[in-house]
Design a binder for this molecule. Structure first.
Ligand SMILES: Nc1ncnc2c1ncn2[C@@H]1O[C@H](COP(=O)(O)OP(=O)(O)OP(=O)(O)O)[C@@H](O)[C@H]1O
Length: 244
């Protein structure tokens, strides 16, 4: 599909997405297009459907109606192989830091020398050079999340989904991860990230998707949404009011 639409590089789209559970409509996104440069940040109160949307976009949850489109074509296995996701709690193998990266690179079919070089590059990218031999399970929260992001980046994804990757981290650890995200974005990786941190959205977002009650209530350029939100739900959320 990418070859058919060369003028639409890495365009991700939700089209008529609906997710229901136990007769309740949890996600209802008629149309959402992510085709601009720079990170897309998804904001909204607890239970707004942010994680559900992320999981649908990554194909982890099958919607009851609608579809996810990548470059105009329905999301398929080849597209999914070019996506990666990082969760709030990093899921790491009970092996060394290097071995966690090596595991992914082996699956990509890289030979020993290429893997060794790539691991060094990745460790440097995440500031984990001195931790290569340490057990991944013994890393600090920030280091573990950096490793989880490196492992996702090792896949060479076109799109990286991040679900509140810094919510449990202190400001210094958050800053390192934000820098990694911005570098990946500058290299052309599409970033779609959920956060509750309005400051983080201000620092990272090119565009912001505001959600409430399973719906996208506003989507626009970050500056526009943050400084002049168009809908009341966005205004209330940004003002720190309790929204249900
Ligand atoms: N598998 C499921 N079965 C039933 N309800 C679900 C399921 N998954 C999610 N939900 C419900 O869907 C709603 C949206 O959940 P979701 O996790 O997407 O919210 P969120 O915006 O990411 O919230 P938070 O900020 O608290 O992480 C919630 O009310 C949740 O309980």
């Amino acid at each position: 599909m990418r070859d058919l639409m060369p003028d639409m590089p890495n365009c991700l789209q939700a089209d008529g997405l609906r997710v229901e559970r136990n007769g309740k409509l949890l996600l209802d996104v008629p149309q959402l297009m992510m085709d601009g440069p720079g990170p897309t940040l998804i904001l909204g109160p607890n239970g707004a459907g942010k994680s559900l949307l992320l999981r649908c976009l990554h194909g982890l949850i099958k919607a009851d109606a609608g579809q996810v489109l990548q470059d105009g074509g329905v999301l398929n296995a080849a597209h999914k192989a070019r996506q990666a996701m990082v969760f709030q709690q990093p899921v790491l193998l009970r092996r060394s830091v290097s071995a966690n990266l090596d595991f992914v690179l082996k699956r990509l079919g890289l030979g020993r020398a290429a893997r060794k070089n790539r691991i060094q590059e990745l460790l440097a990218e995440g500031g984990l050079e001195t931790k290569a031999r340490q057990s991944a399970r013994s890393l600090s929260g920030g280091e573990a999340q950096r490793l989880a992001i490196l492992r996702a980046l090792a896949l060479g994804p076109e799109t990286l989904f991040l679900d509140e990757p810094t919510s449990a981290l202190d400001p210094a650890a958050t800053q390192m991860i934000e820098a990694m995200i911005l570098r990946a974005s500058a290299r052309g990786v599409r970033i779609v990230m959920v956060t509750h941190d309005v400051g983080q959205a201000r620092r990272l977002a090119a565009d912001i998707v505001m959600m409430q009650g399973g719906r996208v209530v506003e989507h626009g350029a970050a500056k526009q949404v943050l400084e002049a939100p168009q809908c009341q739900a966005s205004r209330q959320y940004l003002a720190g009011w309790l929204v249900t």
